[in-house]
Design a binder for this molecule. Sequence first.
Ligand code: HEC
Ligand code: HEC
Ligand code: HEC
Length: 309
Amino acid sequence: MEKRECKIGKVLKVLGLVLVALALVVGTDIEADAKKKKKIELTEEEKAMFDKWEVKPKKRAKAVKDMRKRPKFVGATKCNGSCHDAYYQAWAKSSHGDTFSLLKPGTRKEAKERVKLDPEKDYTTTPLCLRCHTTGYGQRGGFKPAGSMNKKGKDTSTKIDPDEPNKEQVGCEMCHSAVGGSQFRAVMKSSKGNFSKAETERYGQRWDYANVCTRCHMHKNTPFKPEVHDKYKFNFEERKLKVHQVAEYWNEDNEDQKLEKKDDRAKEVGQTEKTPLVIEDFKINAAGKIRFKKGTKPYNTKTKIFIYQ
Ligand code: HEC
Ligand code: HEC
Ligand code: HEC
């Protein structure tokens, strides 16, 4: 009899503890929620924009939080998700979706020899090459080559999945966004694509496509210049047509992702088209680190200012 009472006592005790723990967890959750909600106040401008997009009040705080985050590269697979499947599939099959392999030994021997690069050398960790053959190298959230480590010696190199091209290639963000995906992604999701060019430029989207290509093509740091071979001449109007050959990638599962406003938008002229953003000038310093020349980054993360030409 005594033993049984003891057991019941124990059970009650344990139950009590579980209840207390639960109360604590739920309690702090509510507190944290309250804190989060308190902190975020929408500006009049933000309110007006969400009203226009008919964004549910519940979703506004989260979207604004993302928009105000420090810019960071997120990678092409994040643009795929449930949003741009056809664009992602087409990109993965395009030249830009396979730029990393060109840095491996034995690839494009003739082209490398022509510019006095060693065709047997592994360039997959060479900073100069990574700048133009991967996404966001040397910048927040950008590609990190094999052997990258943090201060504690932990491996921080970007995982590469051969079936899902991502930051190791020339991804979406290298052409579309000056400041990485975090803010602009929130705009796209909230607006469901129903935005004007001007509205997205405020959050780092750029429309100066012809200009942005010169980050790599015709850049003074590329070894593959027209002087070396005619095929490196860059005709924007011709090349543009090859960037997104999406037509054959639409199907039952993704056709709802077609952008209704795309053609209307094409008629607008964005600020970035009128006065294009600057193109980065960079060099690799003695320690092998990429350094952007002062004043040549299109977006200053500290002052949150875009630099136009
Ligand atoms: C400033 C940007 C830039 C840098 C730096 C750069 N590349 Fe490239 N690379 C490009 C561009 C742009 C092309 C495509 C040129 C074209 O097709 O018109 C290219 C093409 C290539 C090709 C294919 C050429 C062909 O004709 O098949 C190879 C191989 C290559 N790069 C390797 C490298 C290596 C190795 C490095 C580092 C030593 C490097 N690249 C540095 C921009 C760059
Ligand atoms: C090499 C540069 C480049 C890369 C990389 C790139 N794009 Fe584009 N993108 C363009 C250009 C140029 C246009 C305009 C011409 C067109 O629509 O084909 C465009 C247009 C678009 C549009 C239509 C926008 C509109 O409303 O007018 C979408 C959506 C898009 N890209 C998504 C993506 C996604 C998703 C990725 C990555 C998987 C990607 N892009 C990678 C250059 C690029
Ligand atoms: C971050 C660097 C980078 C940017 C920005 C970039 N490219 Fe490229 N592009 C490359 C590299 C590297 C290759 C070489 C791929 C190969 O040879 O397989 C390439 C290849 C291409 C090709 C395939 C070659 C061909 O003609 O069939 C086209 C087309 C092209 N780029 C168009 C563009 C356009 C248009 C833009 C601007 C909207 C642009 N690129 C912006 C790096 C870049």
